[in-house]
Write a protein that binds this ligand. Structure first.
Ligand code: CA
Length: 366
């Protein structure tokens, strides 16, 4: 690279990686005094600017990458305020419009139904069980096998832990009470509730309260107290049900494969490992927010009615889930491979959870 172009790259942060190149090898200059060029990457996430926990963790990621690279990598973060497309992250990264994205995999079942399995699945693994599957049970490799078809590499991005079953205007006492109910509930769980008569939909974060207020929605699930309370849903729909459908929802970082391939190994390593660390940080931050806000609900929101779905409703949901899983097993070899991997891992992980953590929690009650 000639000196004029190198200087231009240093001064003009927005230049593409191709124009700037990624190392100094071509100059033959290996002395430490050689100027290090800056790598500038564009990242889009699917939340409003500054959105607590989900959006904040992306800002943390960008800051962490900057620190770990000693300022040599700059990530420019765009929220939905800028790009206006809460569910466009998959396409942004696939096309290369953005180098990196952060979103939930199950928003993209319409693009590729095999992406539905990499957030959370109803009646499936908890956060820690699913982390073990991703990192030690082949889950991350399977996710990358699916996403490679779309020119995307993925890394885990943070987990919500157990999600609540949602906010309802009225109490749910039977399966009949669910029929015709307009509910925001994305992913595989949306298909499951459709099987018992609910009309599921997905709506961007920033529009949820208004949709509930205007009656576009009768009910919604969002996350859990840490994120739900500030949204104000309890003012309209005071029945807050315990969870079944998202026992540990993971967000993902998406990396455009071509953008990654242009980077030197150290930069790729920082991008992947900073995501991994950010995932851990977000997971513990969401747990902390849940504990804080659950305490607030219990002590300051007497109108919130915390409920469990009746056994009849849960049985109907399990039946619908089983029917859908059976159909997915037959749909494609890839779907079968992922589902069987999840099921086998759940069987082993849950046996340990039951004799480990669950037995301990039962002991504490006695
Ligand atoms: Ca949710």
């Amino acid at each position: 690279m000639n000196h004029a172009l190198k200087l231009l790259c240093l001064l003009t942060l927005g230049l593409s990686l191709t124009a700037c190149g990624t190392d100094n090898a071509s100059t033959g200059n290996t002395t430490s005094s050689a100027p290090l060029q800056k790598i500038v990457l564009k990242l889009a996430h699917g939340w409003p600017k500054g959105y607590p926990l989900f959006g904040e963790s992306v800002e943390d990621y960008a800051r962490l990458v900057g620190e770990m690279s000693d300022g040599r990598i700059e990530i420019r973060v765009d929220s939905t305020n800028k790009h206006k497309s809460a569910f466009g992250i998959f396409d942004f990264v696939k096309s290369g419009q953005y180098d990196i994205g952060q979103s939930a995999s199950y928003y993209y079942g319409g693009k590729d139904p095999d992406t539905l399995f990499f957030s959370s699945m109803p009646f499936s693994m908890t956060a820690i069980e699913q982390y073990a599957w991703f990192y030690h049970g082949g889950g991350l490799e399977l996710a990358n096998e699916v996403y490679a078809k779309h020119n995307i590499e993925v890394m885990l991005g943070g987990n919500t832990g157990m999600q609540m079953g949602g906010w309802f205007r009225n109490e749910i006492n039977s399966v009949d009470d669910l029929k015709g109910l307009k509910m925001r509930i994305p992913g595989f769980a949306g298909k499951v509730v459709a099987g018992v008569g609910v009309v599921p939909t997905n709506i961007p974060t920033g529009e949820l309260y208004q949709a509930l207020e205007r009656g576009t929605l009768d009910a919604l699930e969002w996350v859990s107290p840490g994120l739900d309370l500030r949204m104000g849903f309890h003012k309209i729909a005071p029945y807050y049900y315990t969870g079944w459908h998202e026992p540990g929802t993971e967000l993902l970082y998406f990396f455009n494969t071509d953008s990654m391939a242009k980077l030197p190994g150290w930069a790729q390593s920082i991008l992947r490992n900073a995501a991994r660390l950010t995932a851990y940080n977000m997971t513990t931050a969401v747990f902390a927010a849940n504990a804080d806000n659950w305490d607030t609900i219990a002590t300051q929101y007497p109108n919130v009615q915390v409920k469990k779905f009746p056994p009849e409703v849960l049985q109907a949901l399990k039946k619908s889930n089983d029917d859908l899983i059976a159909a997915e097993l037959a749909r494609s070899p890839m779907a079968r491979k992922i589902i069987e991997s999840r099921q086998e891992y759940l069987r082993r992980a849950r046996a340990w959870t039951e004799i480990g953590e669950q037995a301990y929690l039962e002991t504490m009650r006695n």
